[in-house]
Design a protein around this ligand. Sequence first.
Ligand SMILES: NC(=O)C1=CN([C@@H]2O[C@H](COP(=O)(O)OP(=O)(O)OC[C@H]3O[C@@H](n4cnc5c(N)ncnc54)[C@H](OP(=O)(O)O)[C@@H]3O)[C@@H](O)[C@H]2O)C=CC1
Ligand SMILES: O=C[C@H](O)[C@@H](O)[C@@H](O)[C@H](O)C(=O)O
Length: 333
Amino acid sequence: MNPQLANFMLARTPESIKHPEQHTKMSAAASFTLNTGAKIPAVGLGTWQSDPGQVKDAVLHALKNGYRHIDAAFVYGNENEVGQGLREAISAGIVKREEVFITSKVWNTFHRKVADCLDQTLKNLDLDYLDLYLVHWPVPMNGNGDHPLFPKHPDGSRDLDTEWSHVQTWKEMEKLYKGGKVKAIGVSNYSVKFLEELLPQADVIPATNQIENHPLLPQQEVADYCKEKGILIEAYSPLGSTGSPLFKQEGVLEVAKKHNVGPGTVLISYQVNKGHVVLPKSVTPARINENLKTVSLDAEDMAALEELHKKLGFTRFVDPPFGVDLGWPDKKQ
Ligand SMILES: NC(=O)C1=CN([C@@H]2O[C@H](COP(=O)(O)OP(=O)(O)OC[C@H]3O[C@@H](n4cnc5c(N)ncnc54)[C@H](OP(=O)(O)O)[C@@H]3O)[C@@H](O)[C@H]2O)C=CC1
Ligand SMILES: O=C[C@H](O)[C@@H](O)[C@@H](O)[C@H](O)C(=O)O
């Protein structure tokens, strides 16, 4: 067996799952192991739509209260403040840089110049390396269009770079990995279709695939495929994204009642129980604390949560209008 894969298979069960008696309130200590051998904390703080003016304090609060993993991206436009939160925590002696797992992502308009995007991100965050760098979407966009991040054609459709392929982007990511400024590289928003295009050409297997995941979109096909290839799933929008709509789902509330916890704890625990990293976003101190709590869900709880998409159908909360087939089975007519 490929050593990257063997390492991953051995170590992907978090300690808290191997020893459920230790699996009590805070999951900061729970971690998975990437196919590089590095540890990644199971719960990370999301920062998409965390406004400048709020996100520095959110990051600082999270680090003070046990988080050791922050999920950022160039396109979020707030990396500078994320970096300030991290720096304050380091200056205050709360954490050391090497104790925090920092992820960022190359934006679509930078697929031909990933090294430039990385350098800007490192400058924004005031760091000299990232723990994980992801291809945000497998959709190159025109880097010389009418907008630096969201270029459009006159008809309003997104201006894609159809002369460049996501596989070429990956070859550039591999160079960054070999250069040492990123300790691991991975992908995001890759369906099986895109992974099947990528893997035969890849010298480095992606460490992670960050995808939308929650009981209304378990994405079992790509999750199973990634498990087989040693690629760890990172679940984004675990609460249903903006306004946490999954908090109102009856099935989630029933499991929450059974365990005497909030619906967020159920949605976050659902991911950790599946062996996924989970990235809840909040800028609200009490919620940031709450989102670090997990409980052990039993087979009956997991089945009840899985029933939801069977009853209600798949729901995708993050679905940007790229105008290309991303290969998602739930989007097939
Ligand atoms: N790779 C990709 O393409 C994507 C990556 N991501 C990553 O995943 C992260 C999480 O996904 P995201 O879409 O932000 O959505 P989430 O599912 O994390 O939901 C965030 C929303 O839930 C609210 N919320 C958080 N915690 C609680 C709580 N305990 N009780 C009640 N409400 C709560 C937040 O409000 P408030 O902040 O006001 O407290 C916010 O409105 C992102 O921030 C980003 O880092 C997300 C989407 C796409
Ligand atoms: O990470 C968050 C999401 O991917 C977000 O960056 C995109 O959905 C973006 O708003 C878009 O419209 O393409």
